[in-house]
Design a binder for this molecule. Sequence first.
Ligand SMILES: O=c1ccn([C@@H]2O[C@H](COP(=O)(O)O)[C@@H](O)[C@H]2O)c(=O)[nH]1
Length: 575
Amino acid sequence: MGATEFYADNRHAWLACGTFARYSADWGDYISFAERMRKKADKEGRDLLLIDTGDRIEGNGLYDASDPKGKYTYDIFKEQDIDVICTGNHELYQSDASTREYTQTVPNFKGKYLASNLDYIDPQTGDQIPMAQRYRKFTTKNQGIRILAFGFLFDFTGNANNTKVQPVENTIKEKWFQEAIREDVDLFVVIGHVTLEGPEYKALFKAIRSQKWDTPIQFFGGHSHIRDFVKYDSKAYGVQAGRYMETIGWMSIDGIQGKGKNKDRKDHETRASLSFNRRYIDNNLFGYHYHTGLNETTFPTEHGKNVSSLIQTSRKALNLDHSYGCAPKDLWLNRAPYPSNDSLLTWLETEVIPVIAISPDRKDVPTLAITNSGAMRFDIFKGAFTIDTTYIISPFVSKFLFLKDVPYKSAKALLPLLNSGGPVFEAAESKAQHLAPPEQISIHSDIIATSLPSKPFFDPLSPQHTFLSSNSDEPDLIPGYTTKDAGGTDGDDTLHSQISFYRVPNCIQSAISMPEDEDPEVVDLVFVDFIQPWVLTALQFTGEMYNKSDVKVYREETLTDLMAAWIKENWQHDC
Ligand SMILES: O=c1ccn([C@@H]2O[C@H](COP(=O)(O)O)[C@@H](O)[C@H]2O)c(=O)[nH]1
């Protein structure tokens, strides 16, 4: 009896090498890996399917540094042969990105791209049309497993006005969905840019089970950037493959006997004893060589090598390795507590924002400047700070806006309100958790690492691979993911020592040009445009009834450009 296997990824345009050796394979390597593993699966009579759960864009120079954005990336993405693919929230923040998704990615993955709860607004006619087909029904080639697949996005409300995200609860009531879940299939596959524990998947699970009490369901999640595995019932599981092309999530279902090749099989025979297994593979060549049984010479396929060289020529064309300056030390987004000397947010709040959140014509006006912590997406490592690093840290096109002459007593109440994330935001449908790094949706308390890092050495013979120091009996591990999920602690393909994770506030605030001896009557309230809905809602709570038309542009440059300028000015020296 063969297994049905899946590989899933979440990448944010990290198509070139990751920042660490442990996550350093590129998109071309992943293509070689998939091609090699598919061949192996074919030989052994198994089926191997590739899944992509969205957020392919923003967060890496390869996408963000070109004009138009994504000039090189769409042609690189499309080279992977993905079986089921859907949209993430990042594809929808900017209308030009949604248009590229509709006109390029959807056709590039024709028949595989699913948009179960997403519509596109045709710019010519104004018609609201499905972004892509709602579901896909297909039979796997080796085992004849009849699959019905959906592709969802969580109930996202921050999209530009050329798309429409339908809440999952409403989609479930639609005729096409109700008909689809009544189809006679061997397996439902629900992929989505949706957290595994969120209300959307709970509702979908309930809906499918209301019609099919026994059909296996495999969910693939995304959005919250973590490795995760969840059990919904004995025949329904979900897996999520981390973030930024660091992890290839592997999921295997053993025991489904597809009716596609034998129509006379009875239902109870097709799903007699099932087992669901997951593994989180670090995205590096060591792991790829180990799993394919190949080596440096035999592993890469021609196709994979061509894609790797396309990535390198694109990176060169964009000058992504050009250095703006030299970071004097590591600055961590979640690996150091906030506030602290090693916190990236403390650095931003105390050193950068007080310099960049100043408008030349209002520079002496007392100012409170607020930025959301989610505007920062990664750590800064000691050493060269390049064009690429800039977009890895902060890919957004957000600008500083401001409200003039806000009573100080109300302005100073804002930060605690934004950070407490209380009922004031639930009512306004702008959950305050969307202000912080997405990991915090799933990680509810600090994780403080107990072990210390040491030097790397890879042991490919270990069942759960380790990075070992060469002359020690005890595994001397380097830091990386140490996942605990519904399957226990054996999901990580490579053993690592634990990394700390400190929760950070939703927003940080810098007080600028404040009088020394007394509080000001009024201040300029400066904030990044992304947080405007939360700022206006919280201000109303303090009794200040501002609306959108009161908000003015404070600086024309983006936060990202201003931050890069600060680095050029302050970290000038060579590394
Ligand atoms: O303009 C923006 C857009 C988004 N953010 C932050 O990013 C997360 C979403 O990140 P995912 O990678 O999709 O999970 C959002 O919650 C915001 O915190 C932003 O700051 N500015």
